[in-house]
Design a protein around this ligand. Structure first.
Ligand SMILES: *Cc1c(COP(=O)(O)O)cnc(C)c1O
Length: 403
């Protein structure tokens, strides 16, 4: 907005403030009406005072809004707030998390380039790389997430991007992001991190050395299961390319959803702390139960990368997975015996969810591929929400009793 109401007061005092303050205050703008909440600009286009003004704005000689596929004030407020929280020079919002990943690859890669992807990424991410990018002559290889030597060995002269999710879903494996960034940079490649599970409240990959962060804002940034969106953040030189692609191709974020996400960000840190505290309590409790063979959660001392998790993350997230006795039948009986928790593969909601990865999110993998990925038939994943932790424990006890 060209004439911010009291712009000096809104923007001058955020230098050096803490995360919680940025989450509430960064990217604030105010119209001459003096509204305290964020204004929602549901408009596709913008008017110009004169023909000369229109020409100047179209040519970019004068900054300002032209069309909401390019810029929208509500979307920009969300982008500015995410950039502040991720420690990025710039961020750009997208229609979904998948549109964020699509935009990164379409902007930075060409036919003949090579991308290395960690094996344990989101299912649609693998489909996007396998079914679509390969069709346009981009080479894709997969590497186990945690082992740095494997990444180093797999990089080729034409490797453009390394793409990871850390922690992984559903087994909560980690990679040392700072060390992987060094490996990538030594060979002229960029590191992209899908930071959806941690959010910037728990992990800031750019400050660890990654080049680009992508998010599905659909998950914890909204946090209440209301709408779809995504975001890409990084340094301006790279973001320029990504913004250019988005403006042309059009998978941009709706201003309505941007407004919801601005509200979501105001409580992000509070919510993540609550998600983490309940997940930690349930993981520790599950580990002691008779019917449970193994619990996967980076906040447990039994987790092989507990030390790295302590160093790299400020919390261990909402996702806990565990293996029950009795294989697939046991897992299904456990899930069906719960009453409060929702049976759904989604995560990042205030409502706790439970799912059987082997027959849902990872159901399309061949049995050997599932075995290699560590997704056993006895594995259950919960994404812990914001309900009372005692009530969640009581519900999981119903599952245990049914084993
Ligand atoms: C959900 C998810 C995505 C895709 O996001 P959408 O908003 O559903 O398009 C990408 N990465 C991770 C880790 C996710 O959980």
């Amino acid at each position: 907005m060209s004439q911010d109401w009291d712009a000096g007061r809104l923007n001058s005092d955020l230098e050096g403030v803490a995360f919680d303050t940025l989450a509430v205050r960064a990217g604030q703008h105010r119209t001459p009406e003096g509204e305290h909440g964020d204004a929602m600009f549901l408009t596709s286009s913008y008017v110009f005072r004169t023909a000369a003004d229109a020409a100047a704005r179209f040519s970019g000689e004068v900054a300002g809004n032209v069309y909401s596929r390019y810029t929208n004030p509500t979307v920009r407020a969300f982008e500015e707030r995410i950039a502040a929280l991720e420690g990025a020079e710039q961020a750009v919002a997208t229609a979904t998390g998948m549109a964020a990943i699509l935009s990164v690859v379409m902007s930075l890669c060409s036919a003949g380039d090579h991308i290395l992807v960690s094996r344990s990424v989101f299912g649609s991410t693998i489909s996007l790389f396998e079914k679509y990018f390969k069709r346009f002559g981009v080479e894709v290889d997969y590497v186990p997430l945690a082992e740095l030597s494997g990444w180093d060995a797999a990089i080729k002269p034409n490797t453009k991007l390394l793409f990871v999710e850390s922690p992984s879903n559903p087994l909560a494996e980690l990679v040392d992001i700072a060390a992987l960034a060094e490996i990538a940079h030594a060979k002229g490649a960029l590191l992209v991190v899908d930071n959806c599970f941690c959010t910037p409240a728990l992990q800031q990959p750019l400050t660890l050395g990654a080049d680009i962060v992508v998010h599905s804002a659909t998950k914890f940034i909204d946090g209440q299961g209301r709408c779809m969106g995504g975001v890409v953040a990084g340094r301006s030189e790279l973001m320029k390319e990504i913004v250019g692609f988005l403006r042309t191709a059009g998978p941009t974020l709706s201003p309505f959803n941007a407004w919801i996400f601005l509200k979501g960000l105001e409580t992000l840190n509070l919510r993540m702390r609550a998600h983490c505290a309940s997940a930690q309590a349930l993981a520790e409790w599950l580990e002691q139960q008779d019917g449970i063979e193994k619990v996967h959660y980076a906040g447990l001392r039994s987790h092989p990368q507990y030390e790295l998790a302590q160093r790299q993350q400020r919390g261990f997230g909402a996702v806990v997975s565990f293996e029950v006795k009795g294989g697939k039948e046991g897992a299904w009986r456990f899930i069906d015996a719960t009453r409060l928790i929702s049976i759904t593969a989604n995560l990042g909601d205030s409502k706790t969810t439970i799912t059987h990865p082997a027959t849902t999110s990872h159901g399309r993998l061949a049995p050997q591929e599932r075995e290699a990925a560590g997704i056993r038939d006895s594995l259950i994943r919960i994404a812990v929400g914001l309900e009372d932790v005692g009530d969640l424990q009581a519900d999981l006890s119903r599952g245990l009793a049914a084993l």
